[in-house]
Design a protein around this ligand. Structure first.
Ligand code: ATP
Ligand code: MG
Length: 190
């Protein structure tokens, strides 16, 4: 399988679709948000640093994030392609990922962009707050995360288009429909 980068705003379903793709094709999966949350719950120094940024809706600095990503990737061992969920989020991270994979004889594969209207995103995140109690899922922090997404992450979409690997999927109200469109694109390209 090709590597897959899942890209989209907070609440767009990156984690949900990653799980579906992973179980269908047996790929490796790196969720940088999950890596950071596990560092926080283990009380590590990295977790302490990360918590300040996450609770404030800000991105972890690129140097630190790129280092974490490389270590996580190298600890995966052999897999049938890797799903990158929540990384890259800035152009510096994207360039670093491209370089890192190239140095390992691999490439970025395909990028999947999830486009969802902001009212739906907000409703999903507030609902997740009730179910999972994530510290950054409150209205004020969600608004900051949307602003950070628009200023720092969304411009990367065009970077992927220039790389020739962008595939955009727009939410039309049905998870099944999204999934079937995503699966057919993955199968078309592999
Ligand atoms: P969802 O998983 O529902 O799409 P999300 O994108 O907001 O939501 P995560 O990907 O879990 O959530 O990330 C949570 C937080 O972790 C981010 O708001 C940010 O502070 C930090 N983070 C995760 N990945 C990165 C990254 N690549 N660069 C910088 N910060 C990151
Ligand atoms: Mg996630």
């Amino acid at each position: 399988m090709k590597n897959i980068i899942i890209f989209g705003a907070p609440g767009s379903g990156k984690g949900t679709y990653s799980e579906e793709i992973k179980s269908k094709y047996g790929m490796g999966h790196i969720s940088t948000g999950d890596v950071l949350r596990s560092e926080i719950s283990n009380g590590t120094d990295l977790g302490k640093t990360a918590k300040g940024y996450i609770d404030n809706g800000q991105l972890i600095p690129d140097d630190l994030m790129i280092d974490i990503l490389a270590k996580t990737y190298d600890s995966l061992g052999d897999c049938n392609g890797v799903i990158f969920d929540g990384f890259p989020r800035t152009t510096a991270q994207a360039e670093a990922l491209k370089t890192m994979l190239k140095a390992r004889g691999d490439d970025m594969g395909m990028m999947i962009e999830l486009v969802v209207d902001e009212a739906t995103l907000m409703a999903r995140l507030l609902n997740r707050a009730k179910e999972q109690g994530r510290a950054d899922d409150n209205e004020e922090t969600i608004k900051k995360r949307f602003a950070v997404y628009h200023s720092q992450t969304e411009p990367l979409s065009d970077w992927f288009a220039k790389e020739g690997i962008r595939n955009v999927f727009t939410w039309k109200g049905s998870k099944e429909q999204m999934l079937s469109e995503i699966f057919s694109e993955i199968e078309k390209q592999s």
